[in-house]
Ligand binder design. Structure first.
Ligand SMILES: [Zn+2]
Ligand SMILES: [Zn+2]
Length: 630
């Protein structure tokens, strides 16, 4: 539907006393400005009625003449919101006619059936944008929100430009292909170019977390042979650096288009990217982008919730679905050229129960081709059930505590750390004589704070705990590391230490390892995937003398005398059985499956077994393989 047709349709739907004064395009959204906004909101669900009629999401704003000046609007808004909402700040964003209200209890700001929101718009003209406050202090949430507000003008500009492209008229696509630029037959630097005769969309743009070999660190962007400013959109499946770590580099190179993500992915990837810059500097490597580029990326994020259908080019519609892997992780469903083809890109998925998330979605409107992760797709990759993993971890901890040792659990700051925190919190609650401290180091607490902003992404029981002020992340047993690490290790008291990085490739966990390795009373317990060639993998397979870089970038050797254990089954990835079950339960059944994001043999094993069981074409492409879908 063309914009002038949209205009006519909307005018027919407006009640008397309302006037459509302007239509604008902001990225994938149509924005309508209305004079007589109070009359408009007297209708029942007016926005939904229009959205259904024009089959597009719309944003409604009051015409300038209906907007109260700031000094009158603010007291009015304060008056309308009940005190119990715990409003922490009210800020105005004139570029979008929005008032950003940050509160401890957003539900109360919204009011029953959205009543309070409506009253705010009707009486002030400002459109409330409600933000939940984290229950723990979070620098990232504060920083992301401040930088979005500060960059409003630039956001408006880029959204207008992107919108022009999205709503332009183009010839129908004659071909569709996907080119693997990274993350095929390997774990790391996931990056795929979805290309049609008209459009170019990047699916993920990650780095290899193992920085010891620069030749395999970054995706093969040059092989795409596409100027960066010709990329229409970037979609990021989730925040882990192997999917998001290279996105700011594109901004350093002049990309100015949208990055489609879920709201938690935006915040978590910023957290991990800022840290990645720090890690690179500490390891003596030159970061390929700066903090400024990360902030530019934040301003270019267009967030979408699960299930929202979004036009990202004139012919490609994107919908995110739950991937069950980490907070905000998404499976991307791409509906191309009126259904000429539908591509499902899984990102990383967990098709099984975890403490934090529901299993990955398997039902899609359509889906001929699936790009499926294969981290644990090998023929022997059967993980024990989650309960067994939890029991093993608790057993190892209890045994170590009894002999007055300390347990180091290397974790990804986002994902396994929160899962492990929930297990320990529940255990401590139910075991009165578990009186040990659980030290939380690195960015684990910051990442946990971000979880408290998005309870709706978590499983019901965790959601309820957060909403009733009993956030498990704030249990008494957890203590944020403020003193020096040496003091914790030297103390005679047994304790548990959760510290990133998860593969001991750097960060606090490596520092603790050096301090703890030679004491046989201590235990090192792995709870996550250990990448090939990482220090974690070497120790896990039994190496007793390992070499690693010290903080100054010099090689040093560590003697491992501590007990080494792995609590297998905690993974946020699906094991082989879960991957097969996911593929088999896909509705509708796909015709082609490409296995990616796994070591070579695992991608091949999984493709082989799926082609046999499901009788579909399944194979494991290599990096730089281009596959024509249509
Ligand atoms: Zn991941
Ligand atoms: Zn991954």
């Amino acid at each position: 539907m063309q914009i002038n047709e949209v205009e006519k349709k909307i005018e027919q739907l407006l009640p008397p006393g309302c006037e459509l004064t302007k239509i604008e395009i902001e990225g994938p959204d149509i924005v309508i400005y209305i004079k007589g906004i109070d009359k408009f909101y007297e209708l029942d669900n007016p926005i939904k009625t229009i959205a259904i009629a024009i089959k597009k999401k719309i944003i409604v704003r009051a015409d300038m003449t209906d907007i109260l000046p700031l000094d009158q609007a603010e007291p009015k808004i304060k008056e309308l919101i009940p005190e119990t909402a715990g409003v922490e700040s009210i800020k105005f964003c004139p570029e979008f006619h929005e008032v950003w209200i940050e509160a401890m209890k957003p539900g109360i700001v919204i009011g029953k059936g959205g009543m309070t929101l409506k009253s705010i718009i009707k009486s002030t003209g400002w459109v409330p944008h409600i933000l939940r406050s984290p229950t723990l202090p979070s620098e990232i949430i504060k920083g992301v929100r401040a930088s979005m507000l500060k960059e409003s003008e630039a956001r408006k500009k880029f959204l207008t430009k992107a919108g022009k492209k999205i709503f332009s008229v183009q010839q129908k696509t004659t071909w569709i292909k996907v080119l693997a630029l990274g993350g095929s037959k390997e774990v790391g630097r996931s990056c795929f170019l979805l290309q049609t005769s008209n459009d170019k969309v990047l699916l993920d743009c990650g780095v290899n977390p193992d920085i010891s070999d620069p030749s395999i660190t970054y995706p093969y962007l040059a092989a795409a042979n596409v100027p960066i400013d010709e990329i229409d959109a970037i979609i990021v499946s989730h925040a882990h650096l192997d999917h998001s770590g290279f996105v700011p580099y594109l901004f350093a190179c002049g990309y100015e288009g949208p990055v489609y993500v879920t709201p938690p992915t935006r915040d978590l990837m910023a957290l991990l990217q800022f840290d990645y810059i720090k890690v690179m500097k500490r390891e003596g490597a030159t970061p390929v982008y700066s903090e400024k580029d990360v902030r530019k990326m934040i301003a270019h994020c267009v967030t979408r919730e699960y299930g929202e259908v979004t036009d990202i080019t004139p012919e490609i519609k994107l919908t995110f679905h739950n991937a069950g892997h980490i907070l905000g992780s998404a499976i991307s469903h791409l509906h191309i050229s009126d259904g000429l083809h539908n591509l499902i890109y899984t990102g990383d998925i967990k098709y099984g129960g975890t403490r934090l998330f529901n299993p990955a979605a398997t039902t899609f409107p359509r889906g001929e081709t699936v790009r499926l992760e294969s981290t644990y797709g090998g023929k022997d990759d059967m993980l024990p059930p989650r309960v067994e993993a939890e029991q093993k971890l608790l057993r190892v901890i209890t045994e170590t505590m009894q002999q007055k040792g300390k347990v180091l659990v290397p974790v990804f700051s986002v994902g396994r750390s929160q899962e492990v925190m929930l297990v320990l919190e529940e255990f401590a609650r139910r075991t009165p004589d578990f009186n040990y401290k659980v030290y939380i180091d690195g960015m684990v607490m910051e990442a946990s704070a971000i979880h408290t902003v998005y309870p709706e992404y978590l499983r019901d029981n965790v959601q309820r705990m957060i909403l009733s002020n009993k956030s498990p992340f704030e249990s008494q047993i957890f203590e944020l590391v403020k003193t020096d690490r040496q003091a914790i290790v030297d103390s005679p008291d047994p304790c548990v230490i959760l510290a990133p990085s998860g593969m001991l490739s750097g960060g606090p966990s490596r520092a603790y390892l050096k301090l703890m390795a030679e004491n046989p009373k201590n235990t090192l317990t792995f709870v996550g995937y250990q990448g090939i060639n990482t220090l974690g993998r070497k120790i896990q397979r039994g190496d007793k003398e390992v070499a690693t870089l010290d903080d100054a970038g010099r090689m040093e050797s560590i003697h491992i005398k501590m007990r080494i254990e792995t609590a297998e089954g905690f993974s946020g990835h699906s094991d082989k059985r879960q991957l097969i079950a996911f593929a088999k339960n896909l509705k509708p059944k796909p015709t082609k499956i490409f296995t990616v994001h796994g070591e070579e043999s695992k991608c091949e094993d999984l493709a082989h077994v799926l082609s046999k069981i499901m009788r579909v074409e399944a194979r494991a492409p290599m990096n730089l393989d281009g596959i024509r879908l249509k």
